[in-house]
Design a protein around this ligand. Structure first.
Ligand SMILES: *Cc1c(COP(=O)(O)O)cnc(C)c1O
Length: 357
């Protein structure tokens, strides 16, 4: 038998979550964000499950070409644009729409043949201060792009820094509204948090990522509260059981010490599978269909769980690390990170399969 650790992907959950996006943004077009191997879910599997989306967004040119070669005909956006002018021919050949976020890219586009008619997303920095043109450069660049016969449709894009938090989006929306002629432009503004919380950002193309995979973008919440279903379940099995006496410790560094006699289970999953090494004692985990917690430091290939309240657990018992019944958001919160990081850190050594229905 092979190592019992695997991730299963529930395509029906991906479809369900896309329908939740549609319910929130009924008049928008939906660009499914499938960067980072579709947040760990597998690029082509996720793209197929999300084929009812109006387009896709990702980062790598090679992956975009793979989508085209797999038969995808809808819009594909490259969220960081192109990295070298030499890539433009591939963009044109495969009709890949780059984000244009800096003046070097604007200049490179001027070498396009008039026949290219490459669609672009013009990204303006409205406060995130990561990628995007300064608002003061916007009007001039827009004019240049409009005069460039090689450029097709132009969509105005920005990204929100705190759509999930206290500051919200109003301050960035205000900077957008101050751009000359902004009301006439096709738009793409909203990430998952803005889709769920800020309807005034929905016009044009929305760009859901995390919510498609069933997790909440909001700190302290799980996707369930927004009607989402987790698409990825990471699971394994107990491969050993240990009886501890009072004073015994578990794993490297003795981070957990038993205060009374107790039974613990050893799970065939560790940080080399993508489970967070910083998960403390008590991080939620499901063993033989009961909730319990981790004990001791997570090691490369193994982690341990408390079996005090799971009397029926045996070697071979099923363990859910996150997903079905164990929100990845809760595991992430315990480990001081976010669900995004857990999902996309799923290690290549973990086999990924379609979930049996
Ligand atoms: C990753 C990303 C998104 C999706 O964000 P979520 O919070 O996962 O919905 C949207 N837009 C851009 C530019 C991104 O980089």
């Amino acid at each position: 038998m092979s190592r019992p650790t695997f991730a299963s992907i529930d395509s029906a959950a991906l479809k369900h979550n896309l329908a939740v996006v549609r319910r929130h943004a009924p008049r928008s077009e939906v660009m499914a964000v499938i960067k980072a191997n579709a947040y760990g879910h597998g690029l082509l599997r996720a793209a197929a499950a999300l084929s009812a989306a109006d387009g896709y967004a990702l980062l790598e040119l090679e992956e975009a070409v793979r989508l085209r070669e797999a038969g995808v005909r809808s819009r594909i956006v490259l969220l960081e644009g192109f990295f070298e002018p030499g890539e433009l021919a591939v963009l044109v050949e495969h009709r890949l729409a780059p984000v244009v976020h800096c003046l070097d890219q604007v200049a490179a586009l001027e070498a396009l043949p008039a026949s290219a008619k490459l669609d672009v997303l013009l990204k303006v920095n409205t406060g995130m201060n990561r990628l995007g043109l300064a608002p003061g450069d916007y009007a001039g660049v827009l004019e240049r792009l409009r005069r460039n016969p090689g450029v097709g449709a132009i969509t105005l894009m920005t990204h929100f820094a705190d759509a999930d938090g206290e500051r919200g989006v109003a301050w960035q929306m205000e900077r957008l509204r101050q751009l000359p002629g902004w009301g006439a432009m096709p738009l793409s503004l909203a990430n998952s948090a803005a889709i769920l919380r800020h309807p005034e950002t929905h016009a044009g193309w929305v760009r859901p990522g995390i919510m498609l995979y069933g997790c909440s973008p909001f700190p302290g919440e799980t996707g369930e509260a927004s009607g989402l279903k987790p698409a990825m379940t990471l699971e394994s099995r107990l491969i050993a059981v240990q009886d501890l006496r009072p004073g015994d410790t578990v794993g490297y560094g003795g981070m957990f010490r038993a205060e009374r006699p107790m039974r613990i289970g050893v799970v065939a999953c560790g940080y080399a599978d993508g489970y967070p090494r910083h998960a403390p004692n008590g991080t939620p985990v499901r063993v033989a269909d009961r909730m319990t917690g981790t004990v001791g430091r997570v090691s490369m290939d193994l982690l341990c769980v408390d079996l005090t309240d799971v009397a029926e657990a045996r070697p071979g018992s099923r363990v859910v690390l996150w997903g079905e019944g164990v929100p990845a958001e809760r595991v992430a919160e315990a480990a001081g990170t976010v669900s995004y990081q857990l999902l996309c850190a799923l290690a290549p050594r973990v086999p990924v399969r379609e979930r049996a229905q």
